[in-house]
Design a protein around this ligand. Structure first.
Ligand code: NAP
Length: 281
């Protein structure tokens, strides 16, 4: 059941994911899985919020003591920054928010947990001085580049249909590297290849990428999670390369938000069960 701006609260603490459209979001599945696992009497629901009602949504929910905050998706990721007291420096860095939560002083703040979610499965990999290749220059790529800009990587080769946009991102995040057209050859020293484009996602064009230049210890990370096993990851696995799928980031970014909403860390020990549920649903 999708809530609307006019919906009343469920009579217990709750958070929401807002967007237009919103029915496709996997966030309710993830957060309700954790709430159930922890026996917390709260809920998380999807709420349809059209662009012209975003201000009204925030005004209404801000007056509801049960509302813990919301995840924010298309088309509100930038416009939400005009509706919170603390936009969290997002305009200057990643450029888009994915969550709104209450600070301890009861002011409303925006944040973006995608960079933390992206980085979480890489925490055991030392990227210092390494060469990275990133495909895509949209919102997800910005979170990736923001995270990489804090990892002391040597260089980033960024591949995009619109090369100007890709070059602009390298400059914005202070990264050394090159902007290249899609399909250009991968650098031979690439330690990490990230697909942050929509290519390879259900309903989108296929990602054509020749992995043969990659060294045998390269890591291939696809942010696309529908499907979970993309052609890129299948190709990487065939070559014996280590892979990370998009569910890792999806669950990782949600874990940071869950703690902001409900004040406790989610039971990541149950990630296996959660992943199975997300794949089967
Ligand atoms: P976005 O802002 O719309 O950016 C889309 C990117 O894909 C741009 O670089 C765009 O190139 C490129 N692209 C799209 N269609 C293309 C085509 N037909 N040919 C060539 N390039 C194309 O989207 P986003 O928010 O960055 O999301 C990108 C992907 O990451 C999606 O699959 C999304 O589901 C996934 N994602 C995953 C997570 C996670 O937690 N796992 C989080 C966020 C996003 P141009 O710049 O040239 O237009």
């Amino acid at each position: 059941m999708i809530a609307t701006v006019d919906s009343i609260g469920p009579g217990k603490p709750y958070a929401e994911v807002i967007g237009d459209p919103i029915a496709h979001s996997k966030s309710p599945l993830i957060h309700n899985f954790w709430l159930n696992a922890l026996n917390i009497d709260a809920t998380y629901r999807a709420c349809h919020v059209p662009p012209n009602r975003l201000g009204e949504y925030i005004a209404r929910r801000s007056g509801d003591p049960d509302w813990r905050g919301c995840n924010v998706t298309i088309p509100h990721k930038v416009s939400i920054l005009d509706h919170v007291a603390d936009p969290g420096g997002i305009r200057e860095n990643i450029g888009a928010a994915n969550a709104v939560f209450w600070h301890a002083d009861s002011s409303l703040a925006a944040t973006n947990t995608d960079a933390a979610g992206f980085f979480a499965p890489l925490a055991d990999h030392d990227l210092t001085g390494k060469d990275v290749a990133v495909i895509g220059a949209g919102g997800a790529a910005r979170a990736v580049l923001f995270a990489l800009s804090r990892c002391d990587v040597a260089s980033v080769a960024i591949y995009n249909r619109n090369i100007m946009k890709a070059g602009g991102l390298l400059a914005q995040f202070g990264l050394k590297g090159r902007a290249l057209p899609l399909g250009a050859r991968l650098p031979v020293a690439t330690a990490l290849l990230v697909n942050a484009s929509a290519l390879g996602m259900v309903g989108q064009d296929t990602l054509i990428c020749d992995l043969s230049p990659l060294p045998t210890d390269a890591l291939v990370y696809d942010l696309v999670y529908a499907p979970v096993e993309t052609d890129l990851l299948a190709q990487a696995a065939d070559r014996g390369l280590e892979t990370i799928d998009g569910l890792e980031m999806l669950v990782g970014q949600a874990a940071v938000v869950f703690e902001l909403f409900f004040g406790v860390a989610p039971p990541r020990i149950r990630d296996g069960e959660l992943r199975k549920m997300l794949i089967d649903t």
